[in-house]
Design a protein around this ligand. Structure first.
Ligand code: IYR
Length: 221
């Protein structure tokens, strides 16, 4: 491969007060983000989803391999298949597999095996992690820090969708191999999670839970 070389950094410097204001504004916006489980079926423009996926694709990642793929599902029959397969796994989880302490931890969230939002929400963005890359000549090429890279990209996707004015839910049916099959994804990809997105239902409610204070989550040395 030819070396891409180097270009000057495009860096925006702000006055210190502006920096503080920008940080506080973003904090306030992110504090309004909640995981939503009651969605409206109101449509969302495909271009909006595409722009948010492009934002996710700017994430820092191992050796710039960009080891992710996003499948934005709006097709009703594909959503129906995903719901049916996810509910089968979730039912086994809630009724058999989950240890009691896990169920106790989930109780305040009010979750059950039923996932109607998988059909109601206009978009299910399935995030897939590419464990390695398949080159056009059939060779494989290594990817690095795949979980970290895809996790960061997913965080940026959720932030972009929230910033654009959409509600999201990170949904992790387990196991979720069925997603690769339904979506006919290649064997180098593993489903990472589903970002359910759309407008919230008019009467949507969220659990009365809070975030830890700064002192609990940060230490300055
Ligand atoms: N995947 C299940 C269970 C679940 C697990 C955790 I950890 C959560 O924070 C929420 C749900 C489900 O989606 O219901």
């Amino acid at each position: 491969m030819t070396e891409p070389g180097f270009v000057p950094l495009e860096f925006h410097e702000y006055p210190p007060e502006t920096m503080q204001q920008r940080a506080a504004d973003l904090l306030a916006e992110l504090q309004r983000r909640r995981s939503v489980r009651e969605f409206s079926d109101r449509p969302v423009p495909r271009d909006l989803i595409a722009t948010c996926i492009r934002a996710a694709g700017t994430a820092p990642n191992g050796a710039n391999k960009q080891p992710w793929h996003f499948v934005a599902v709006s097709d009703a029959s594909v959503k129906q298949q995903i719901r049916a397969a996810a509910e089968a796994e979730e039912r086994a989880f809630y009724e058999q597999r989950a240890p009691q302490d896990w169920l106790d931890d989930l109780a305040p969230l009010g979750t059950t095996w039923q996932k109607p939002f998988l059909e109601i929400a206009p978009y299910l963005i399935v995030v897939l992690a590419q464990r390695f890359e398949r080159l056009p000549n059939g060779d494989t090429s290594k990817n690095y820090y795949v979980q970290e890279s895809v996790g960061i990209a997913t965080g940026m996707l959720i932030t972009a969708l929230h910033h654009a004015g959409l509600a999201t839910l990170t949904h992790t049916p387990s196991p979720m191999d069925f997603l690769g099959k339904i979506l006919q994804r290649p064997d180098n990809e593993r489903p990472f999670l589903i970002v359910v997105t759309g407008y919230p239902a008019d009467d949507a409610q969220v659990p009365a839970i809070t975030k830890k204070p700064l002192d609990d989550i940060a230490t300055f040395v």
